[in-house]
Design a protein around this ligand. Structure first.
Ligand code: HEM
Length: 167
């Protein structure tokens, strides 16, 4: 886990920036940004889970793994971009309350891991399209990665929600 000392200093500095004052100075700003955070998460999570469930062979078996992955990957990246932008704004609005918590820090670490996993899974699907598209489900390692991806996205959502309840 990252050291809390420099993170607290950074969070305290962030709270003094013009953007933190701008967001904090408008009552409507945080609920509005939060709503866009949720919308981004909806696009991201639904796209990611459908791809993962198809890799597991649990849904949409009439569609090939590669075509479904190609079709839904933009949803993952667009949702992620929205979540990162709105998430950073929420972080800047209340930096000390968010950045210094273990829930926020774990969420960021898991986010890096799941993004790396998503990129490598997508590349593997493309590289093995000819073989995997003939099978109802992908091989064992890819299925394990798909389960890992779903678990990580769920843990990221739980960690995000828990930030508000940090003891
Ligand atoms: C760089 C990316 C992200 C940053 C910096 C970020 C930051 C934040 C912050 C600061 C909050 C507000 C916490 C609070 O004050 O209570 C939040 C809430 C939340 N985030 Fe993120 N987030 C990011 C990406 C994501 C992603 C990718 C997901 C899910 C897949 C996610 C799920 C959530 C959830 C479920 C909440 C709870 C909202 C609430 O309690 O109202 N976040 N995020």
């Amino acid at each position: 886990m990252p050291d809390a000392g420099p993170l607290t200093v950074f969070a305290e500095w962030l709270a003094t920036t013009w953007l933190a004052h701008l967001i904090g100075g408008h009552m409507w700003a945080i609920p509005t940004i939060q709503s866009f955070h949720y919308m981004s998460l909806a696009v991201l999570f639904s796209s990611a889970v459908v791809v993962d469930l198809r890799i597991l062979g649990k849904i949409a078996r009439h569609q090939t793994i590669s075509s479904l992955t190609q079709r839904l990957t933009p949803g993952i990246w667009i949702g992620l971009a929205g979540a990162v932008i709105t998430g950073l704004l929420l972080m800047i609005a209340e930096p000390v309350r968010s950045i210094t918590t273990w829930e926020f820090q774990s969420k960021m670490v898991m986010l890096v891991v799941v993004v790396a996993l998503t990129v490598s899974l997508k590349r593997t699907v493309v590289a093995n399209a000819a073989e995997w598209d003939l099978a109802p489900a992908a091989p064992g390692v890819a299925r394990a990665a798909a389960v890992g991806s779903m678990v990580l996205w769920m843990l990221i959502i739980l960690a995000g929600r828990w930030i508000a309840y940090h003891a």
